[in-house]
Design a binder for this molecule. Structure first.
Ligand SMILES: Cc1cc2nc3c(=O)[nH]c(=O)nc-3n(C[C@H](O)[C@H](O)[C@H](O)COP(=O)(O)OP(=O)(O)OC[C@H]3O[C@@H](n4cnc5c(N)ncnc54)[C@H](O)[C@@H]3O)c2cc1C
Length: 388
């Protein structure tokens, strides 16, 4: 394995770094007008959907270049690439992989241009971890499907323009074989969205919903992939949702912030950085972030060679979640009684970023499959252990 970048990759890193130095204002100067302007600039560079094929409007970059790009953006504390997170991270890639030319032409440009807002319709009231048991029914009637059923925990459904909807099209087939995927406009008659209020704050505040489908008619041309191919599409999309090697960069900047907080904190009347347990935890974070980086690089290398194990993403999701939880816990511990302040005001430390992290981590940990589910996947599919 070679961790050195090629001269072309080094040149690309320099190009990104120079662009960011010239174009990205410091966080304090980023006002409301900044985001649309910023997205316009990076869209012009074709950095949104950078590793997507040029023929669908992507940047045609390699996966390694995509990694370098996200690495540099995270280091510069730049905002996310593009506005439609779901569209960019799993719906777009699924449409590129499984979609018809007409579907690619219809959906990909709007995802890249920030005109779309997708939500994901997998979970149902009694169906979460065992996703293949989903019951939302779609019955074929001529050139369309009639959809009836319910989804829950649907992030952003109250804003979304379209839903990436998994339905059961064959009730008699084995459960994994009877699922299909529909790309459904949210303004289709018969769709009702009800809010589910959650404890999250900031970016995760109040984003959950339940969605009801009552005789919703969906043209068959909006089915993604073949009838019964839904499970394959789900697995591919979940792999995209879970992999996130670039989360490493976010953890690195978080660790910088945590070190900064520790340097300003005290433990038992002494500087916190002199406390052995704080030092041990910080050292362990650094080591684990590095392990996550190396594992991510290994996964990336395998992906480039075309032999990535489909369950590899579960390892990254587990590491990612553990770090997220433990780093926010240590930060709140360091803040002492100030940990209970949130919102605005002088008493709130670091603009409440650690309180926000602590409130938000359940979303990242549970969404996309719980740690138990990731451990089952690793045990059964990677280690070959018998099914529980
Ligand atoms: C913030 C947030 C956003 C979400 N967004 C979406 C979304 O946009 N779209 C969507 O479709 N869903 C979404 N979800 C739902 C999420 O995917 C499910 O909550 C998750 O898959 C778990 O399913 P469940 O809640 O039904 O829990 P369950 O599956 O009932 O699990 C309950 C507990 O049992 C454990 N468990 C279950 N099965 C096993 C097993 N076989 N072995 C060991 N332990 C097991 C789990 O680990 C968990 O601890 C979101 C969830 C959250 C929290």
């Amino acid at each position: 394995m070679d961790f050195n970048l090629t001269p072309e990759e080094e040149a690309f890193r320099r190009e990104v770094r120079d662009f960011l130095a010239a174009e990205l204002p410091p966080p304090k100067q980023r006002d409301a007008a900044f985001m649309p302007e910023w997205w316009k600039k990076i869209r012009a560079k074709r950095w949104i959907g950078f590793s997507w094929p040029e023929e669908v409007g992507g940047g045609g970059g390699t996966l390694m270049q995509q990694f370098i790009l996200k690495d540099e953006l995270a280091r510069a504390r730049a905002p996310l690439l593009g506005s439609d997170y779901t569209g960019l991270h799993w719906v777009g890639p699924a449409i590129i992989q499984f979609g018809t030319p007409a579907q690619k032409a219809r959906y990909i440009p709007e995802i890249l241009d920030g005109q779309s807002i997708w939500c994901t319709g997998y979970s149902e009231p009694d169906v979460g971890s065992d996703l293949a048991a989903l019951q939302c029914r779609a019955v074929r009637e001529g050139d369309s499907y009639l959809v009836n059923g319910q989804k829950i925990w649907t992030s952003l459904a109250h804003f979304a323009k379209s839903i990436f909807l998994m339905v059961r099209t064959d009730a008699d087939a084995p459960k994994h074989d009877g699922i299909s995927c529909l790309l459904v406009p949210m303004d289709t008659p018969g769709i009702e969205v009800q809010r589910v209020h959650n404890m999250g704050a900031g970016g995760y505040g109040d984003m959950l919903n339940q969605v009801f489908f009552n005789d919703v008619r969906v043209p068959a041309e909006l089915r993604l992939g073949a009838e019964g191919q839904g499970w394959e599409i789900i697995c591919s999309a979940l792999q995209s949702e879970r992999s996130g090697i670039t989360e490493v960069n976010r953890h690195e900047t978080s660790l910088e912030d945590l070190l900064d907080l520790a340097a300003r904190s005290e433990r038992n009347g002494r500087p916190a950085l002199e406390d052995a347990s704080v030092r041990r935890k910080l050292g362990s974070f650094e080591t684990r972030i590095e392990a996550m980086r190396l594992n991510g690089m290994r996964a990336l290398t395998r992906q480039l060679r075309g032999d990535l194990h489909p369950s590899e993403a579960s390892i990254n999701k587990l590491h990612n979640c553990d770090l997220l939880v433990e780093m926010s816990e240590l930060a709140l511990e360091l803040q002492g009684s100030a940990a209970s302040y949130y919102g605005s005001g002088e008493a709130v430390l670091d603009k409440g970023r650690w309180q926000l992290a602590a409130l938000s981590w359940p979303a990242t940990v549970i969404g996309g499959g719980t740690p138990n589910v990731q451990k089952n996947i690793i045990a059964e599919r990677m280690l070959g252990l018998p099914k529980d």
